[in-house]
Design a protein around this ligand. Structure first.
Ligand code: ATP
Ligand code: MG
Length: 461
């Protein structure tokens, strides 16, 4: 009933007329996607929905990635069936979401997202009074169903709005997405300002997709981003965190972070990025770390989100730590307090889930322990469950010039040595070479990012 009411009230938006194009049906011999490239689960689910009398298509990122010759992360399905109707077809399924209701259909170990075609939104005044959006135009509810064409128009970019029918093996393209893929162009659907207002995360998606897929963001799509960047402040911090993580784990984290900063999108995500990147050591540290991360992702190696956030925030922690020490706090409590402070500033903007917070803090708190190279302590450090992450972190600090490379080298040798050799290394560190060790520590300390005073000045600027 509500659906009928809304559809009666709603007027078609300019967004639709702006971008609507004639439907183009692209046959398989032209687009080249074969049914076998779809996972058996997604294929089975789409076919079953069609057999039940509805339409069902593979949609969005999967079609885009297949056209670009990439392997899709997952396969989403769009259908004319309502969530309840889909739910009835599949025993192993459940309806999820409030803002955007859809069905998760389970098939073996795979879960396929099935969403009903979305319909048009009402005009601005209506959306606010009906509490569909907030006062900035951000969409709070999105459960108005519509036709396939309307669904295409509601998607974010033209390259994400194509439908692949796995039975007929055709692509249905309402918005020239196919041509944009071929010319490597990222184009938002409809009026860019209105679309970013509805969902400011689309600005982040533009940066991520362009970097990841090597696309040029069309001028009209890029133009309002700088001005509208502050709208990210109204997005729930947990959603920002998810999006930020996608960006950092995209395999193109470095270019994404550089682009975010160039477009002024980082203020609401990593408020301290400017300060960090303006210091040569901070910039070197983050650049090295993100390059490493990208290389790991491209080799299919795991990357820990905690490690990444520990990296991104480290130089801010370092400045704060130095300032607290200069104010008379003892080194370890000072480090603990500095890390607490930086995490709480960061969490106001972008909520890092607690489970990551704890690991980030452990990685930081272990850093001073690498500088103790005597007695049993190095052995104890080796057995710490976070040793590997903290060790990699310390190596990056050395490589970026923050710490003496000799420290990293010592640990590299210590790690590959057997127990006897380790004992020898430790005893040689005590008495005769003590002076030398002290000197090298002193040198390392002088390499720290900035003096406490400078650190304070930079944070305030
Ligand atoms: P990837 O999976 O590589 O992150 P994707 O485009 O598949 O990219 P999803 O988050 O899986 O991203 O979204 C699936 C599809 O849903 C998109 O291709 C797009 O059509 C639509 N979509 C996602 N986010 C938005 C949004 N913020 N506004 C409008 N449409 C969106
Ligand atoms: Mg996807």
């Amino acid at each position: 009933m509500i659906r009928k009411f809304l559809q009666k009230v709603f007027r078609r938006k300019n967004a639709a007329s702006d971008s609507a194009a004639a439907l183009v049906i692209i046959p398989s011999k032209r687009h080249g996607i074969r049914r076998q490239q779809i996972t058996p689960c997604a294929l089975k689910i789409a076919t079953q929905i069609q057999q039940a009398g509805f339409s069902a298509y593979i949609v969005g990122g999967a079609v885009r990635d297949l056209l670009l010759g990439l392997t899709p992360k997952d396969f989403d399905i769009a259908t004319s069936a309502t969530p309840e109707e889909v739910r009835k077809i599949f025993r192993r399924s459940r309806i999820i979401g409030r803002r955007f209701r859809l069905v998760h259909v389970m098939c073996g170990a795979e879960t396929v997202e099935v969403s009903t075609f979305r319909g048009p939104l009402p005009d601005n005044e209506d959306t606010l009074s009906m509490q569909l959006t907030d006062q900035h135009g951000r969409l709070l509810h999105d459960n108005v169903f519509g036709s396939q064409e309307e669904d295409a128009i509601r998607r974010d970019f033209t390259i994400n709005a194509m439908f692949y029918d796995p039975v007929k093996e055709e692509i249905l393209d309402y918005l020239n997405g196919y041509a944009d893929i071929k010319t490597k162009r990222l184009r938002i659907i409809g009026d860019p300002i209105q679309r970013y207002r509805e969902d400011p995360v689309r600005m982040l998606r533009a940066v991520r997709l362009a970097s990841k897929l090597g696309l040029q963001i069309e001028d009209k799509t890029a133009a309002p981003i700088g001005d509208l960047a502050p709208l990210l402040q109204n997005v729930p911090p947990s959603r920002l965190f998810d999006e930020m993580l996608k960006l950092l784990l995209s395999g193109h984290a470095l270019s994404c972070v550089v682009e975010l900063r160039a477009r002024g999108l980082h203020h609401g995500l990593l408020p301290m990025l400017d300060v960090i990147l303006e210091q040569p050591l901070g910039e070197r540290f983050i650049t090295l770390a993100l390059k490493n991360t990208d290389a790991r992702i491209l080799e299919n190696k795991p990357v820990s989100p905690s490690f990444l956030f520990a990296i991104l925030l480290w130089h801010e922690v370092l400045s704060c730590w130095n300032a607290l020490k200069a104010a008379g706090e003892k080194p370890l409590p000072a480090l603990f307090n500095a890390s607490d402070k930086i995490l709480s500033i960061q969490n106001k903007k972008l909520a890092i889930p607690r489970r990551f917070d704890a690991i980030i803090q452990e990685i930081w708190m272990m850093q001073p322990r690498f500088e103790v190279r005597a007695g049993r302590k190095p052995f104890r450090l080796l057995t710490h469950p976070r040793f590997r992450a903290a060790y990699d972190f310390m190596l990056l600090r050395c490589e970026s010039g923050e710490l003496d490379t000799e420290l990293g080298e010592w640990w590299r040798v210590f790690l590959s040595a057997n127990d006897n050799e380790r004992e020898k290394m430790l005893s040689s560190q005590i008495s005769p070479k003590r002076g030398r060790r002290r000197r090298s520590r002193k040198k390392a300390a002088s390499n720290l990012v900035a003096s406490p005073e400078n650190a304070l000045n930079t944070s305030n600027s």
